[in-house]
Design a protein around this ligand. Structure first.
Ligand code: NAP
Ligand code: HSE
Length: 433
């Protein structure tokens, strides 16, 4: 058998400890499949005294992960610290500089520095593996880059953040409030160190930017992703959506715009019909629908966060390195990745959900109808509950297909109306049939 693949692991939190556990539990099957064993020779984290719940064996401890990456006698450095800058970036750059392969679960790092890091890795003949960075345990990078490699991809749609999907589906199923369910997702190890990255859509945007690059051969371009999170979604919106026959999901969508030749990259909560595959994806599960010109639609589903699923993806990358399987980081050489113009979100055309909390008095509905009429936005359904004790009501509107810029102008007119008690709540309705 070839000599073991020597590995250094930086970060021993949820994913780091999970990776060590997997490597130990399945050492024999992994070695059989790679033709060599995988050996963790060095580790680094902040607190040496912390019990990680896993045997660190004879691995050499480093307080400084970048020093470990620069000095430890290893073939691969696994970065499981997190964050686009700081210790994570220094560790990865140090590893590539001394010609060690890199495996990371860090989507923030890839979204911000993916092209530069891929260029450095490819120039040195090294692998930069990041399967764990997108959709947890789903092998979506391999699926898109290799399994669907013969297709022109038309569209990618996905539930890319386990924490948000856990929150939305638990709120819908139990009626519990947002903050309570977020705390539970944090306790389960799903959320980012700063959960604002999850609930504000940033984490899903990082993942979408990476998927877009692999699917469309473009440079990872996080700045062009339109991002909205789920902070503002209340149980009320979830209930109203149900009444109109929809579910609310935080989706990432990327597609080529045939008309302009540009690219659409958007993350936002939206309403989808309950009978499409993504609507049935609940809890911490993620799913990605890839549409290719020859394969048609294919759906990938699995746990999107947590120690086990993420470790599974980290180890898959390590096994590719051990077995000598290597493809360009984003599917084509990093130097050949294209830059495409972004299609602004106000050019989006579709149906919309709008909720307006207004004073309950005569004439208010006429004002709403007038603003919509003046901006050429047609209403498909309207719901207004009976008079409330607090003399304010929610008016919920589903529009016919319209351009977003028209709806935004109508809502702007209404914001000047004293009867409106809070800014309008607006979500897109995505037709995923
Ligand atoms: P975590 O539980 O917070 O673990 C982070 C680890 O990094 C800890 O062991 C911490 O050390 C160590 N660390 C932080 N700063 C350090 C520094 N300056 N020097 C040395 N070590 C440092 O995070 P995680 O959930 O495992 O996530 C790790 C990465 O995986 C992130 O990029 C995350 O986005 C990604 N990811 C996470 C999941 C998930 O479900 N959790 C899924 C997919 C991808 P101490 O333990 O000593 O504090
Ligand atoms: N915080 C992320 C999520 C971890 O909830 O999806 C997996 O990337």
């Amino acid at each position: 058998m070839t000599r073991p693949l020597r590995i250094a692991v930086a970060g021993l939190g949820t994913v780091g400890a999970g990776t060590l556990q997997l490597l130990q539990a399945n050492a024999a099957v992994i070695a059989a499949r790679c033709g060599r064993s995988l050996e963790v020779c060095a580790v680094s984290a902040r607190d040496r005294a912390k019990d990680r719940g896993v045997d660190l064996g004879a691995a050499v401890w480093f307080d400084d992960p970048a020093a470990m990456a620069a000095k430890a006698d290893v073939d691969v450095v696994v970065e499981l610290i997190g964050g686009a800058e700081g210790a994570a970036r220094k560790t990865v750059e140090a590893a590539l500089a001394r010609k060690a392969h890199v495996v990371t679960a860090n989507k923030a790092l890839l979204a911000h520095h993916g092209v530069a890091l891929a260029k450095a890795a490819e120039a040195a003949g090294l692998t930069l593996g990041y399967e764990a960075a997108v959709a947890g345990g789903i092998p979506i990078i391999k699926a898109l880059r290799e399994g669907l490699g013969g297709n022109t991809i038309r569209r990618i749609t996905g539930i890319l953040n386990g924490t948000c999907n856990y929150i939305l589906s638990t709120m819908r199923a139990t009626g519990r409030d947002f903050a309570d369910v977020l705390k539970e997702a944090q306790d389960l190890g799903y959320a980012e160190a700063d959960p604002a990255f999850d609930i504000d859509g940033t984490d899903a945007a990082h993942k979408l930017a990476i998927l877009t690059s692999v699917a469309f051969g473009t440079q990872v371009d996080i700045k062009s992703v339109h991002v909205e999170g789920i902070r503002h979604i209340s149980s009320l919106d979830i209930q109203y959506a149900e009444e109109f026959g929809y579910r609310i999901k935080l989706l990432g969508l990327a597609e080529r715009d045939e008309k302009s030749g540009g690219i659409v990259q958007r993350v936002y909560p939206c309403l989808i019909k309950p009978d499409v595959p993504l609507a049935r994806v609940e809890g911490v599960f993620n799913a990605v629908v890839a549409e290719g010109d020859f394969v048609g639609k294919s759906v990938y589903e699995g746990r999107g966060a947590g120690a086990g699923p993420t470790a599974s993806a980290v180890v898959a990358d390590l096994m590719d390195i051990a077995a000598g399987r290597r493809v360009p980081t984003f599917g084509i050489p990093a130097t050949a990745l294209k830059v495409l113009a972004t299609v602004p979100v106000d050019q989006h055309v579709g149906e919309y959900y709008v909720r307006l909390r207004v004073v309950d008095r005569p004439g208010v509905f006429a004002d709403i109808a007038g603003a919509f009429r003046d901006e050429d936005v047609s209403m498909e359904s309207v719901l207004q509950r009976g008079r409330s004790e607090k003399s304010n009501v929610n008016v919920v509107i589903i529009t016919h297909e319209t351009q977003e810029s028209n709806l935004l102008r109508a809502l702007k007119r209404l914001q000047a109306n004293a009867a409106l008690l809070e800014p309008p709540h607006m979500m897109r309705i995505e037709d995923l049939a």
